[in-house]
Design a binder for this molecule. Structure first.
Ligand code: AP5
Ligand code: MG
Ligand code: ZN
Length: 211
Protein backbone atom coordinates (compact mmCIF):
# COMPACT_ATOMS: atom_id res chain seq x y z
CA UNK A 1 0.00 0.00 0.00
CA UNK A 2 1.30 3.51 -0.74
CA UNK A 3 1.45 5.96 2.16
CA UNK A 4 -2.12 6.79 3.21
CA UNK A 5 -3.41 10.37 3.15
CA UNK A 6 -5.71 10.61 6.14
CA UNK A 7 -7.96 13.39 7.41
CA UNK A 8 -9.08 13.08 11.04
CA UNK A 9 -12.11 15.15 12.06
CA UNK A 10 -13.75 15.69 15.45
CA UNK A 11 -14.61 18.29 18.05
CA UNK A 12 -12.03 19.71 20.46
CA UNK A 13 -11.11 16.82 22.75
CA UNK A 14 -12.49 14.07 20.50
CA UNK A 15 -9.11 12.32 20.47
CA UNK A 16 -7.67 13.52 17.15
CA UNK A 17 -4.17 14.06 18.55
CA UNK A 18 -4.19 10.79 20.50
CA UNK A 19 -5.14 8.72 17.46
CA UNK A 20 -2.95 10.71 15.04
CA UNK A 21 0.13 9.83 17.04
CA UNK A 22 -0.64 6.12 16.67
CA UNK A 23 -1.40 6.52 12.95
CA UNK A 24 2.00 8.12 12.38
CA UNK A 25 3.77 5.28 14.17
CA UNK A 26 1.77 2.53 12.44
CA UNK A 27 2.00 3.86 8.87
CA UNK A 28 5.18 5.96 9.12
CA UNK A 29 3.45 9.11 7.90
CA UNK A 30 3.65 12.81 8.83
CA UNK A 31 1.43 14.42 11.49
CA UNK A 32 0.20 17.71 10.05
CA UNK A 33 -1.51 19.59 12.84
CA UNK A 34 -2.37 23.25 12.64
CA UNK A 35 -2.95 23.47 16.41
CA UNK A 36 0.60 22.34 17.26
CA UNK A 37 2.10 24.53 14.53
CA UNK A 38 0.21 27.56 15.83
CA UNK A 39 1.16 26.81 19.45
CA UNK A 40 4.83 26.75 18.40
CA UNK A 41 4.36 30.25 16.91
CA UNK A 42 1.82 31.64 19.35
CA UNK A 43 3.52 34.99 19.92
CA UNK A 44 4.49 35.59 16.28
CA UNK A 45 3.45 39.08 15.11
CA UNK A 46 1.44 39.03 11.87
CA UNK A 47 -0.79 41.51 10.08
CA UNK A 48 -3.70 39.87 11.93
CA UNK A 49 -2.05 40.07 15.35
CA UNK A 50 -0.63 37.02 17.17
CA UNK A 51 -2.16 33.50 17.02
CA UNK A 52 -2.38 33.66 20.84
CA UNK A 53 -5.06 36.38 20.71
CA UNK A 54 -7.39 33.99 18.88
CA UNK A 55 -6.39 30.71 20.49
CA UNK A 56 -6.73 31.84 24.09
CA UNK A 57 -10.20 33.20 23.26
CA UNK A 58 -11.23 29.88 21.67
CA UNK A 59 -11.66 31.48 18.24
CA UNK A 60 -10.33 30.44 14.83
CA UNK A 61 -7.02 31.92 13.72
CA UNK A 62 -7.50 33.77 10.37
CA UNK A 63 -7.54 31.46 7.32
CA UNK A 64 -4.49 32.92 5.46
CA UNK A 65 -2.17 32.09 8.38
CA UNK A 66 -3.51 28.57 8.72
CA UNK A 67 -3.65 27.79 4.99
CA UNK A 68 0.01 28.74 4.67
CA UNK A 69 1.00 26.24 7.39
CA UNK A 70 -0.92 23.44 5.67
CA UNK A 71 0.39 24.22 2.19
CA UNK A 72 4.01 24.09 3.38
CA UNK A 73 3.49 20.85 5.32
CA UNK A 74 1.70 19.08 2.45
CA UNK A 75 4.58 19.86 0.11
CA UNK A 76 6.96 17.89 2.30
CA UNK A 77 4.72 14.87 2.93
CA UNK A 78 3.78 11.77 0.91
CA UNK A 79 1.51 10.14 3.45
CA UNK A 80 0.06 12.18 6.27
CA UNK A 81 -2.61 12.52 8.90
CA UNK A 82 -4.14 15.97 8.86
CA UNK A 83 -5.47 16.98 12.30
CA UNK A 84 -7.30 20.23 13.15
CA UNK A 85 -7.82 21.37 9.56
CA UNK A 86 -10.08 22.19 7.74
CA UNK A 87 -12.34 23.97 10.26
CA UNK A 88 -14.59 25.99 7.94
CA UNK A 89 -15.87 25.93 4.36
CA UNK A 90 -13.13 28.18 2.99
CA UNK A 91 -10.44 25.88 4.42
CA UNK A 92 -12.25 22.91 2.83
CA UNK A 93 -11.99 24.59 -0.57
CA UNK A 94 -8.33 25.36 -0.04
CA UNK A 95 -7.59 21.74 0.93
CA UNK A 96 -9.51 20.30 -2.00
CA UNK A 97 -7.31 22.31 -4.38
CA UNK A 98 -4.15 21.19 -2.56
CA UNK A 99 -4.49 17.38 -2.25
CA UNK A 100 -6.64 14.24 -2.49
CA UNK A 101 -7.51 12.14 0.58
CA UNK A 102 -7.73 8.35 0.95
CA UNK A 103 -9.77 8.25 4.14
CA UNK A 104 -11.70 10.75 6.25
CA UNK A 105 -12.20 9.65 9.87
CA UNK A 106 -14.74 11.34 12.10
CA UNK A 107 -14.45 10.72 15.85
CA UNK A 108 -17.92 11.18 17.32
CA UNK A 109 -18.01 12.24 21.03
CA UNK A 110 -20.72 13.90 23.17
CA UNK A 111 -20.26 17.47 24.44
CA UNK A 112 -20.12 16.78 28.20
CA UNK A 113 -17.51 14.08 27.63
CA UNK A 114 -15.47 16.61 25.60
CA UNK A 115 -15.43 19.07 28.50
CA UNK A 116 -14.25 16.36 30.93
CA UNK A 117 -11.50 15.27 28.57
CA UNK A 118 -10.18 18.76 27.85
CA UNK A 119 -10.14 20.07 31.40
CA UNK A 120 -8.29 16.91 32.57
CA UNK A 121 -5.81 16.78 29.72
CA UNK A 122 -2.05 17.04 30.31
CA UNK A 123 0.40 17.23 27.41
CA UNK A 124 4.10 16.65 26.92
CA UNK A 125 5.79 19.82 25.63
CA UNK A 126 8.70 17.75 24.28
CA UNK A 127 7.17 14.87 22.30
CA UNK A 128 3.51 15.92 22.03
CA UNK A 129 2.06 12.91 23.87
CA UNK A 130 -1.36 13.57 25.40
CA UNK A 131 -2.61 12.19 28.73
CA UNK A 132 -5.65 12.55 30.96
CA UNK A 133 -5.49 12.68 34.75
CA UNK A 134 -8.28 10.05 35.06
CA UNK A 135 -8.90 8.43 31.64
CA UNK A 136 -5.35 8.01 30.38
CA UNK A 137 -2.87 8.72 33.19
CA UNK A 138 0.90 8.38 32.76
CA UNK A 139 2.64 5.70 34.85
CA UNK A 140 4.16 8.37 37.08
CA UNK A 141 1.97 11.40 37.85
CA UNK A 142 2.95 14.50 35.85
CA UNK A 143 5.72 12.74 33.89
CA UNK A 144 5.66 11.67 30.21
CA UNK A 145 5.87 7.87 29.72
CA UNK A 146 7.58 8.28 26.36
CA UNK A 147 10.33 10.78 27.08
CA UNK A 148 10.33 11.58 30.82
CA UNK A 149 9.50 15.29 30.43
CA UNK A 150 7.26 17.16 32.85
CA UNK A 151 3.65 17.36 31.64
CA UNK A 152 1.79 20.68 31.35
CA UNK A 153 -1.80 21.90 30.91
CA UNK A 154 -2.60 23.75 27.68
CA UNK A 155 -3.47 27.47 28.08
CA UNK A 156 -6.81 26.92 26.30
CA UNK A 157 -7.90 23.94 28.44
CA UNK A 158 -9.57 26.03 31.16
CA UNK A 159 -13.32 25.37 31.43
CA UNK A 160 -14.19 28.88 30.17
CA UNK A 161 -12.04 28.66 27.02
CA UNK A 162 -13.15 25.07 26.43
CA UNK A 163 -16.81 26.26 26.25
CA UNK A 164 -15.79 28.95 23.72
CA UNK A 165 -13.90 26.40 21.62
CA UNK A 166 -16.94 24.13 21.54
CA UNK A 167 -19.12 27.07 20.46
CA UNK A 168 -16.66 27.95 17.69
CA UNK A 169 -16.73 24.31 16.61
CA UNK A 170 -20.53 24.24 16.41
CA UNK A 171 -20.66 27.50 14.47
CA UNK A 172 -17.89 26.73 11.97
CA UNK A 173 -16.80 23.13 11.85
CA UNK A 174 -19.98 21.03 12.08
CA UNK A 175 -20.65 21.99 8.45
CA UNK A 176 -17.25 20.59 7.53
CA UNK A 177 -18.29 17.19 8.94
CA UNK A 178 -21.47 17.34 6.87
CA UNK A 179 -19.43 18.24 3.79
CA UNK A 180 -17.45 14.99 4.03
CA UNK A 181 -20.21 12.74 5.38
CA UNK A 182 -21.61 11.89 1.97
CA UNK A 183 -18.27 10.97 0.39
CA UNK A 184 -16.81 7.46 -0.21
CA UNK A 185 -13.81 8.20 2.02
CA UNK A 186 -15.89 9.07 5.12
CA UNK A 187 -15.91 6.71 8.13
CA UNK A 188 -17.64 7.62 11.40
CA UNK A 189 -16.09 6.14 14.54
CA UNK A 190 -17.51 5.93 18.06
CA UNK A 191 -14.98 8.15 19.84
CA UNK A 192 -16.40 7.44 23.30
CA UNK A 193 -14.83 4.00 23.50
CA UNK A 194 -11.48 3.51 25.24
CA UNK A 195 -8.41 4.81 23.37
CA UNK A 196 -7.46 1.21 22.41
CA UNK A 197 -10.96 0.45 21.12
CA UNK A 198 -11.04 3.66 19.10
CA UNK A 199 -7.62 2.76 17.70
CA UNK A 200 -8.84 -0.68 16.58
CA UNK A 201 -11.68 0.96 14.61
CA UNK A 202 -9.36 3.64 13.21
CA UNK A 203 -6.86 1.05 11.97
CA UNK A 204 -9.60 -1.12 10.44
CA UNK A 205 -11.00 1.91 8.61
CA UNK A 206 -7.63 2.93 7.18
CA UNK A 207 -6.72 -0.63 6.15
CA UNK A 208 -10.11 -1.12 4.48
CA UNK A 209 -9.91 2.13 2.53
CA UNK A 210 -6.34 1.51 1.43
CA UNK A 211 -7.07 -1.96 -0.02
P1 AP5 B 1 -6.18 22.29 18.23
O1 AP5 B 1 -4.87 22.14 18.89
O2 AP5 B 1 -6.42 21.63 16.95
O3 AP5 B 1 -7.28 21.89 19.30
P2 AP5 B 1 -8.73 21.22 19.16
O4 AP5 B 1 -9.26 21.01 17.81
O5 AP5 B 1 -9.53 22.04 20.07
O6 AP5 B 1 -8.52 19.77 19.56
P3 AP5 B 1 -7.70 19.25 20.77
O7 AP5 B 1 -6.26 19.17 20.40
O8 AP5 B 1 -8.05 20.01 21.99
O9 AP5 B 1 -8.32 17.80 20.94
P4 AP5 B 1 -7.94 16.41 20.27
O10 AP5 B 1 -9.08 15.98 19.44
O11 AP5 B 1 -6.60 16.45 19.64
O12 AP5 B 1 -7.93 15.50 21.57
P5 AP5 B 1 -6.75 14.73 22.33
O13 AP5 B 1 -6.32 13.53 21.54
O14 AP5 B 1 -5.71 15.63 22.80
O15 AP5 B 1 -6.50 23.87 18.03
C1 AP5 B 1 -6.24 24.80 19.06
C2 AP5 B 1 -6.57 26.22 18.58
O16 AP5 B 1 -5.73 26.55 17.46
C3 AP5 B 1 -8.00 26.43 18.06
O17 AP5 B 1 -8.89 26.71 19.11
C4 AP5 B 1 -7.80 27.61 17.10
O18 AP5 B 1 -7.71 28.82 17.81
C5 AP5 B 1 -6.44 27.33 16.49
N1 AP5 B 1 -6.55 26.53 15.24
C6 AP5 B 1 -6.12 25.25 15.05
N2 AP5 B 1 -6.39 24.83 13.80
C7 AP5 B 1 -7.02 25.87 13.19
C8 AP5 B 1 -7.58 26.03 11.88
N3 AP5 B 1 -7.55 25.04 10.97
N4 AP5 B 1 -8.17 27.21 11.60
C9 AP5 B 1 -8.20 28.22 12.49
N5 AP5 B 1 -7.71 28.13 13.75
C10 AP5 B 1 -7.11 26.95 14.09
O19 AP5 B 1 -7.59 14.17 23.59
C11 AP5 B 1 -8.16 15.05 24.52
C12 AP5 B 1 -8.08 14.45 25.93
O20 AP5 B 1 -8.89 13.29 26.01
C13 AP5 B 1 -6.69 14.00 26.37
O21 AP5 B 1 -6.56 14.22 27.74
C14 AP5 B 1 -6.68 12.49 26.05
O22 AP5 B 1 -5.79 11.78 26.86
C15 AP5 B 1 -8.12 12.13 26.33
N6 AP5 B 1 -8.62 11.06 25.47
C16 AP5 B 1 -8.33 10.86 24.14
N7 AP5 B 1 -8.99 9.79 23.67
C17 AP5 B 1 -9.74 9.31 24.72
C18 AP5 B 1 -10.65 8.22 24.86
N8 AP5 B 1 -10.93 7.40 23.82
N9 AP5 B 1 -11.24 8.04 26.06
C19 AP5 B 1 -10.97 8.87 27.13
N10 AP5 B 1 -10.11 9.90 27.05
C20 AP5 B 1 -9.50 10.13 25.86
MG1 MG C 1 -5.14 17.96 19.26
ZN1 ZN D 1 7.06 13.23 26.05
Amino acid sequence: MSDPRILILGAPGAGKGTQSKRLCEEYDIEHITTGDALRANKQMETEYGTPAEYMDAGELVPDPLVNEIVAAALEDADGFVLDGYPRNESQVEYLEDATDLDVVLYLDVDEEELVRRLTGRRVCPECGASYHVDFNPPEEEGVCDECGSELVQRDDDTEETVRERLKTYEENTEDVIEHYRGTDEFVQIDGEQSPDEVWADVKDAVDAQAE
